[in-house]
Design a protein around this ligand. Structure first.
Ligand code: IFM
Length: 463
């Protein structure tokens, strides 16, 4: 590590050189940018329903228009091309392709992604579709959603339909985005769609999502697709102290948020099976499922934003608390603790680039040769002001930290910024701006920020 860096991690001067062939990209997702929710036969998703429930989205907004990307995708592809990245990660909306969740395929919905992929290829930008970024069709949810085992098979049938249409031009695929967040926020705490509050009763969702991932990998490969990965969110968990109680609380948190989603995919087994298996029970033949889930991937995607500090609850029945904007209920066996001494984004998230190095070297040490090449599928920050100094410092610091991981021997092949555009930040609405490009939500005019130009110049220097 470069000890002369500030706590936020950035330093002036050119970035270190990344390996030849390193993939640079930007990320978005369908519901956060597309709008056009009623166009060309799109069905409703759980998010269309969730945003209609009073008080669920902080500013009362929704994704009906979002950034208008559905109509303006050509302008957005031009922005990507000018930025000089080689890849664009977007998500395909299941309810556009299968308005009833299947089996009927809506050709007009696929047409949109067909046009987008063509435009990207013409611009020399590699399309990297994510098949699922949380927008479950409402009809699938009505049948039990991800609490039902059958949803995994329905998802695989949808993956097959997308591969049949786009597979001739796509050679990098992502099955799921952040199954941990959907399990925790969507089914455990009810803070995201579909708004269920099942607590630990949400854990079968994790299993069905992972099974859906494995079945989708099979469906894609049956279509001849390669280059398949998953985008899991991870961050180091720091124990609040050396005490046994804090260590145990941090270990449990790490188990639930990191290991539960990485180990079935990387090792073909659940961590601490005696603890986790009963929570996943009732989901069918788990051993056979794990064989499907653990089918080796071509690469492993990591979404990294921040580390977490966790301690034991102050008293019996305490626990929970405000955790990076997520309200955890009391009664949990761990409690979030403030991370001090680092700058914060406008979202309140601590900016700790070195934790990215720690995360990646930790993964390498933990999983050894079971860890395929890694791609950072999301990393970015929300700053709301017009000036963009902080976002530049954030990106600079995290790219240096990523380079440190590569120097330490971790096989990292790519980095995608979250996000190309300001967009609909789920329960936060439009208040959080993660974009390299500013979006005026009244006019939908796009204006590249200083960080966009900074990244463009940094990538030119890499060439
Ligand atoms: O906007 C989200 C994205 O949809 C999933 N990963 C985290 C981002 C920022 O919160």
């Amino acid at each position: 590590m470069d000890g002369s860096r500030a706590p936020g991690g950035s330093s002036s001067g050119a970035l270190p050189r990344f390996p030849a062939g390193f993939v640079w990209g930007v990320s978005t997702s369908a519901y956060q940018i597309e709008g056009a929710v009623d166009e060309d036969g799109r069905g409703r998703s759980v998010w269309d329903a969730f945003v209609e429930r009073a008080g669920r989205v902080k500013d009362g907004s929704d994704g009906r228009v979002a950034t208008g990307h559905y109509q303006r995708y050509r302008e957005d592809v031009a922005l990507i091309e000018e930025l000089g990245v080689g890849a664009y990660r977007f998500s395909v909306a299941w309810p556009r392709v299968m308005p009833d969740g299947g089996p009927r395929v809506n050709a007009a919905g696929l047409d949109f992604y067909d046009r987008l992929v063509d435009a990207l290829c013409a611009a020399g930008v590699r399309p990297v579709p994510t098949l699922f970024h949380w927008d479950t069709p409402e009809a699938v949810e009505a049948a039990g959603g991800w609490l039902e085992r059958d949803t995994a098979s329905r998802f695989a049938a949808y993956a097959d339909a997308v591969a049949a249409r786009l597979g001739d031009r796509v050679d990098r695929w992502i099955t799921l985005n952040e199954p941990a967040e959907l399990t925790l926020l969507g089914y455990g705490l009810g803070q995201h769609a579909p708004g269920r509050e099942l607590g630990f009763g949400a854990l079968p969702v994790a299993h069905h999502l992972l099974l859906g991932h494995g079945l989708a990998v099979q469906a894609l490969r049956a279509r001849g697709a390669g280059g398949i990965g998953i985008a899991n969110s991870h961050g180091p968990t720091w124990a609040a102290s050396e005490s046994a109680a804090d260590q145990e609380a941090a270990g449990l948190y790490d188990l639930l948020l990191n290991r539960l989603f990485a180990e079935p995919v990387l090792l073909g087994r659940y961590p601490e099976e005696e603890l986790t298996a009963p929570l996943l029970s009732g989901t069918g033949p788990v051993d056979e499922d794990l064989r499907i889930i653990g089918e080796p991937l071509d690469w492993y995607g990591v979404n990294y934003y921040q580390p977490t500090k966790v301690g034991a609850p102050a008293a019996e029945g305490a626990g929970g608390g405000d955790f990076a904007g997520i309200e955890l209920p009391p009664g949990l066996p761990f409690a979030p603790r403030e991370i001090e001494g680092y700058p914060r984004t406008d979202f309140g998230w601590p900016v700790v680039p070195a934790a990215l190095t720690e995360l990646l070297t930790g993964f390498r040490d933990r999983y050894g040769d079971r860890l395929p090449p890694v791609v950072i599928t999301e990393n970015g920050c929300s700053y709301d002001g017009v000036g963009d100094r902080e976002r530049i410092a954030f990106l600079d610091g995290h790219l240096r930290a990523l380079h440190d991981a590569i120097t330490a021997g971790v096989d990292v092949r790519g980095y995608f910024v979250w996000s190309l555009l300001d967009n609909f930040e789920w329960a936060e609405g439009y208040a959080r701006r993660f974009g390299l490009v500013h979006v005026d939500y009244d006019t939908l005019v796009r204006t590249p920020k200083a960080s966009y130009y900074w990244l463009r110049d940094a990538l030119r220097a890499q060439r």
